[in-house]
Ligand binder design. Sequence first.
Ligand SMILES: Nc1ncnc2c1ncn2[C@@H]1O[C@H](COP(=O)(O)OP(=O)(O)OP(=O)(O)O)[C@@H](O)[C@H]1O
Ligand SMILES: [Mg+2]
Length: 515
Amino acid sequence: MAMTKASPHSGDGLAVRLRGVSKSFYGVRANDSVDFDLAWGEVHTLLGENGAGKSTLCSILAGLYRPDSGEFLFDGEPQAFKTPKDAFAAGIGMVYQHFRLVANLTVAENLALGHGDLGVRISQKDLEARAAALGERYGLPVDPSALVWQLSVGEQQRVEILKLLYRDARVLILDEPTAVLTPQEAEQLFKTMRQMAAEGRSVIFVSHKLHEVIAVSDRVTVLRAGKSVGAVATADASPKDLARMMVGRDLELPTREARDSYGDAVLAVKNMSVLGDRGNEAVHDVSFEVRSGEVVGVAGVSGNGQRELAYGLVGLRPPTAGTVLLDGDDVTATSVLDHIEKGFAYVPQSRLGMGLGPGLTTEDNLGLKAFRNPPFSIGPWLKAAAFKEQGATLIDRYDIRGVRPGLPIRLLSGGNLQKALIAREVTLEPKVLIARSPTRGLDVGATEAVRNHVLSERDRGTAVLLISEDLDELLALSDRLVVMFDGRIVGEMPAEDATAENLGLLMGGTVSEAG
Ligand SMILES: Nc1ncnc2c1ncn2[C@@H]1O[C@H](COP(=O)(O)OP(=O)(O)OP(=O)(O)O)[C@@H](O)[C@H]1O
Ligand SMILES: [Mg+2]
């Protein structure tokens, strides 16, 4: 079984050496003559704005894409991987931004998949024992006999990483792994990453969270518009320095300005309960209000009912008890379409699954919710020109990058997808905006833009419900905070009283003494 230390190294002493690597898609240079050095035993961050070319570069290293030109040495040897299998066989493995596990196999079966072990008919028991031992050793606990679809995203990610370690990968590429993790899970992952580096493996890490980057990595290579602008040791860098290298200007993330009065309650939720996927009661007897011009933040560790709360509010899953009022109007049992027409806007967490039509163009996606009304349709006719015009305006205003006429939106980078989603929702001038982790996966510049959009909705008088696991963001934007734990609201406080500590305690299920 593959549990040896990473093997000794040869050649130039580097794990990976890239010189002048370029890759274009439909005429866009995703990577433009990139130089990159990865040492053995280091954690090396790739940093850059949304669309800067990070995932593309990772995918070249992992054999998914072949570079158009340039030199690629792995352990001193020139490489021309044809497929991810070739790269994996050589010792380079990647955990993609969007996972690729087989959902109806067990964890252990997923680990062995493609390894040949299934062919020699290793017993299920042996397989599970190996998986458990490996998980233990690297601080990546998973139940080896669980089916993958039953796992949380955090657990699925652990399986993805274990899959690489099972094959004794010497270079592990983690593309935005922490975007889907709770702060506690991220902490544990950082320990695992350091352990892998201490064993002589190399880890490539992609993240937009600058404090994480500095905490976990030895060096950072910055990409800007497909070009490498240089590498720095994190010991010499501050978050501010990194942000400046990345976007070429100084950035200050916006925060709300306190205000002493709010409008009337626009959204009023009374004793609402909503079922979860397995028929359990995921939201239990929840009551709260959001007033006009107010941001109410919902804090909580993911999986405590936030998703079902949002579903219940926007009509995706009718509540089993309680009422939802919009401006005093009962909307509890109405359809999603009714919700939209009455003034609900929703920014979901999963962009391609629920928010956007992956196969449609960006322009069509931007018009998707307004298409029933003029100027997009007149009588039964859809007006293509109006879609185009609206699309162009929003693409410009929301700085959505990488759009190519006629091509599907799914080709945009992750961060730009999120910008498109927000653009579409906010342009409807909603009365209530419900946003789940709206800046997850966004670069600092885009985060700045999205935060400004949320705050300008607040100033316009929209009632904003911000559901997030990012405490910094909740504290920066919310006028009032509620904490969800186990489907209930276990605490509520004005922004002035909220700190990361007291929120964290409530999120962990510790009810404060004050109640
Ligand atoms: N398969 C593809 N087909 C067409 N265009 C692509 C493809 N993959 C990437 N691109 C384009 O290449 C550019 C770089 O994308 P990439 O996904 O590498 O960015 P990124 O730095 O990972 O961004 P993010 O932080 O948003 O994940 C973008 O303009 C993107 O739209
Ligand atoms: Mg990416």
